[in-house]
Write a protein that binds this ligand. Structure first.
Ligand code: HEC
Ligand code: HEC
Length: 485
């Protein structure tokens, strides 16, 4: 806690210093309580805000399988168009210009939007500006995009991130893609929302803060010195720049950073259409469904989707049948023998929960620093079964987000599959879903007790198929309106 009783939240990088208050001996430039409160939040002055009819709502359109026309009618990700609304202050009907987002195929729900932070075009654009702007860092050199770069799958593609003054952090930067679907943010879930998460890095001394004074107060002061920012915050929030508004704007931007429409998503749709046509059948894409969408990708010259599967141009068109068979096999393994779907489940391939796979464990021992979710749970709510447990990440965009795992220690998808094939890394807190209970019962008969990792016993061909299936989850990025500074 700072001396104003405000909890200091750790930023992204998990380092010891992130948990200790940077406000201390060198307390220069510390604001008084009133100034601090004003920089944290303010009540909006409606007179400063853009008039209701000028506020452009952002509407997320998800494909509704019963009537897909509205979604299919949207030509691109980002579609400006008229929106009928009722002005809440006058009750009058107005037609406003808004933007309809075509939520990518495969995402069957839209991320939920907090009532206090509705999406508008101006807010998203302010959030985008802040996201790319090093102004939130003390030395004006580090931005969110430094570590979550849209050109690098919204990561930095490093084992662990490099923050302010070239400091190395201890964690691999997860992608921002589809992070709005996570019920909790960070590998150990210590932030409850994107808004809460966004407040971490600017005050983390290993990411964006120089450790001198109150990081947020100073960041807000820098924003207030920019007439352009002052104008934007006034129009969007009816306030001068505040920490509350910065967090909201960045979160609004992140909620539109979506990805989907992978070959696997397309095959799922092809399968559903086939089953409907045939009047029944197993809801499982087969090799023919995969071949159909691969051929369609060839016809549409969708080189990105094809390249993800190592299909390089027309010369590889003859390989479609083999690749389709391998994808179908990989999918069956994912949902069957390899049971990846016991944790990587749903549209975003994550249960949003925390599991100990033994990442970071050596010779059966988990270092104390790997406390995982357990370490982040508040006192009085600690669940010992979550020692060393980290959040199940999405499996979309893996080709852009290597290396893998919370410590970034797995360099390739092949290495990840090997980890699972041996049942994870042995340690006393290995997740129940990773354990071989039959083998453990056998051990118990001899009066001993032991954790036994459950081996998957995959053949080389099966490992290849599983990797190819994950490559097939590489999807389309959101609109360049969002990905370019
Ligand atoms: C110095 C590199 C760095 C900077 C700068 C940085 N991040 Fe991160 N970010 C990380 C790392 C590393 C993690 C994972 C840390 C952890 O989980 O403990 C992370 C986690 C996240 C997550 C959680 C994703 C998930 O799946 O749990 C989001 C969202 C995020 N950052 C957004 C931002 C935003 C917004 C900013 C700018 C305000 C930002 N980051 C600045 C490195 C960085
Ligand atoms: C018991 C739950 C569970 C099961 C089963 C599971 N995963 Fe995971 N997966 C996780 C968790 C948790 C992580 C992150 C672990 C960490 O970093 O400590 C992860 C990480 C990954 C990653 C790294 C992603 C990244 O961005 O770093 C890949 C790839 C992956 N899993 C693929 C698979 C495959 C393939 C299978 C099936 C063979 C599988 N998983 C089975 C929970 C699971």
């Amino acid at each position: 806690m700072t001396r104003f009783g405000l909890p200091l939240m750790a930023g992204c990088l998990m380092v010891a210093s992130a948990w200790t208050s940077p406000v201390g001996a060198a307390d220069a430039g510390q604001p008084d309580a009133a100034a601090l409160a004003a920089s944290e939040s303010q009540l909006p002055n409606p007179a400063l805000m853009a008039p209701f009819k000028e506020q452009q709502p952002v509407i997320l359109v998800v494909r509704d399988p019963r009537k897909p026309e509205a979604w299919a009618g949207l030509k691109k990700y980002w579609n400006p168009g008229p929106v009928e609304s009722v002005d809440p202050s006058t009750g009058e009907k107005v037609t406003r210009q808004g933007v309809f987002i075509k939520v990518p195929l495969g995402l069957n729900t839209a991320p939920s939007i907090p009532a206090e932070n509705p999406l508008t075009v101006e807010k998203v654009m302010l959030g985008k500006k802040l996201y790319f702007d090093p102004i939130l860092s003390a030395n004006n050199k580090v931005s969110c995009a430094s570590c979550h770069n849209p050109q690098l799958g919204y990561t930095d593609q490093l084992v662990t991130s490099t923050g302010i003054f070239d400091q190395k952090g201890g964690m691999n930067a997860p992608t921002v893609f589809n992070s709005s679907f996570s019920p909790l943010q960070f590998w150990n879930g210590r932030a409850a929302s994107l808004e809460e998460q966004a407040q971490g890095p600017p005050q983390n001394p290993s990411e964006m803060h120089d450790g001198k004074g109150n990081a947020w107060f100073k960041a807000v002061e820098r924003l207030k010195a920019s007439p352009e920012y002052v104008k934007s915050f006034a129009r969007v929030f009816g306030t001068s720049p505040t920490r509350d508004a910065v967090a909201k704007a960045i979160a609004a931007y992140e909620r539109l950073v979506l990805t989907g429409n992978s070959i696997v998503d397309r095959a799922e749709l092809a399968m559903r259409e086939r089953v409907e046509e045939e009047g029944g059948g197993k809801l499982e894409p087969n090799a023919a469904d995969f071949a159909k969408v691969l051929n369609a990708a060839y016809a549409a010259k969708d080189d990105t989707a094809l390249a993800a599967l190592n299909l390089a141009g027309a010369k590889d068109e003859g390989k479609v049948k083999g690749v389709a068979a391998s994808l179908a096999s990989g999918r069956s393994l994912f949902y069957g023998k390899a049971r990846c779907n016991s944790c990587h489940v749903g549209d975003n391939y994550s249960d949003g929960a925390f599991h100990n796979l033994g990442v970071g464990a050596k010779d059966g021992v988990l270092p104390a620093s790997e406390s995982g979710r357990y370490g982040a749970q508040p006192t009085g709510h600690k669940d010992p079964s979550l020692v060393g447990a980290y959040k199940t990440p999405t499996l979309r965009q893996l080709l852009s987000t290597a290396p893998y795992m919370h410590d970034g220690k797995e360099a390739t998808l092949e290495a990840v599959v090997e980890l699972y094939n041996r049942g994870g890394n042995l340690n006393p807190h290995l997740d129940g879903k990773m354990r071989d209970f039959d083998a453990e019962r056998e051990v118990a008969k001899s009066g001993k007790s032991a954790v036994v990792p459950r081996k998957l016993l995959l053949t080389d061909q099966e490992k290849n198929d599983l990797v190819l299936f994950m490559r097939g989850l590489q999807g389309e990025s959101c609109d360049s309106i969002l990905t370019t500074p």
